[in-house]
Design a protein. Structure first.
Lengths: 151, 83, 151, 83
């Protein structure tokens, strides 16, 4: 059970190995990696993303989101890792890992964590393209995805 | 009261934070925004988006009708786009 | 797009690195790892699992399941890797990886692949405990999970 | 026609495969199972579970009413428990 905020890239294999090392009680491990794509929302070629965040609130919000997931599902462990700063195409932005006895809880909790990260964690993406830069607009589909957990 | 601005709200205001003492009539997030709009054209521009702007009071998401009484830190920002 | 059947353990990080290397078009990578737990379904301590399969049909069935997923979702790539033979607690049994532009497709396809693997790929688990061994009984919940994709 | 048995079906039959030539009246998976049950006590025991036993005809899952006419390989096994 951990949240982490960092500028450096991370390694999926290392992170999962650390969480699963020596464990024999979690039969299901789900990971979600969000990767920086090479296209801006406009379709232009993306040079880089810059992720701004709200120091202080971000950590608290990530912890709140993770605590909410652990209240809803019986997770053996979980990790929420989010980068900030400048990120290049192909680099990872975010990682969510969930460990549970069975797959349903691990899948659902990972989707929940991602939906809440998208709509509730105080991060803002700025796209840098050859033509300049612009703030990414929030997607209605992300709000809709988060809403389904309130039913 | 400390105010923080993020992303394009910060860019429009032209700074990342302010220290303010709003008058007694400013009791909610919405009233604080209304008061800020009168502080100058950069604020009017930053806050013209109205409902598209989100707020956090003492680092927790807050709706327009949330109280700012006694708050130490109020932040304004666009809808989040992390993840 | 690949399916693999092998006796040897695998490394999650290596497998995902191979799939994502040099790619900048897939913004979402979901992985599911099924890990051998230390308890038999009876609650007894598990010594090992032995996975029997149907050589020839297994490969064909894994390919059919993967092709079905790729027909339903726009995946940039995918991997289905299943072990057979003797597997010790803590070791991985199965890995599913899905790459897509956005997270919804990657999550749904990974869940679909796992639900179909559980109910349609010709594998049978035998649990070895101190008291002997027994074949694992199929779970009704797995059939129900697979049924939801037919709606 | 080659028959293959897996998991506890294999254990009960006592072997992994058979080569058989069923009589003309055996046209479906269900009829093949019925015919096999008459081959001896180990077959009767293996196939007593009836509907719990699954079949594949030429390496594709097959229901009880599926045809076995012309099949080269028919396999019998319990419900799958992989993944």
């Amino acid at each position: 059970m951990a949240v982490r905020l960092q500028e450096e890239p991370f390694d999926l294999g290392d992170e999962v190995a650390r969480l699963t090392l020596g464990r024999t009680d979690a039969g299901a491990v789900v990971t979600f990696s969000g990767i920086c794509r090479d296209r801006a929302d406009s379709g232009e070629r993306l040079v880089a993303l810059t992720l701004e965040h709200y120091p202080g609130m971000t950590e608290e919000e990530l912890r709140r989101i993770e605590a909410e997931a652990r209240g809803r599902w019986a997770l053996a462990d979980s990790l929420v890792l989010h980068r900030h700063g400048r990120i290049l195409p192909g680099e990872p932005i975010v990682l969510v890992v969930t460990l549970a006895a069975h797959r349903k809880a691990a899948f659902e909790a990972a989707e929940f964590l991602m939906d809440y990260l998208k709509t509730s964690a105080p991060f803002w993406k700025r796209e840098e393209t050859a033509g300049g830069g612009s703030w990414v607009a929030a997607k209605g589909s992300d709000d809709a995805a988060a809403e389904r957990w309130k039913a | 009261m400390k105010l923080l601005y993020f992303a394009w709200v910060r860019e429009r205001v032209g700074r990342a934070e302010d220290e303010v003492s709003p008058p007694a009539g400013v009791g909610t997030v919405a009233e604080l925004i209304e008061w800020l709009r009168g502080r100058g054209p950069e604020y009017a521009h930053a806050f013209e988006a109205g409902p598209a702007i989100r707020a956090a009071v003492d680092r927790r998401h807050a709706r327009p009708d949330a109280s700012v009484a006694g708050a130490r830190e109020v932040a304004f920002f666009p809808p989040m786009t992390g993840g």
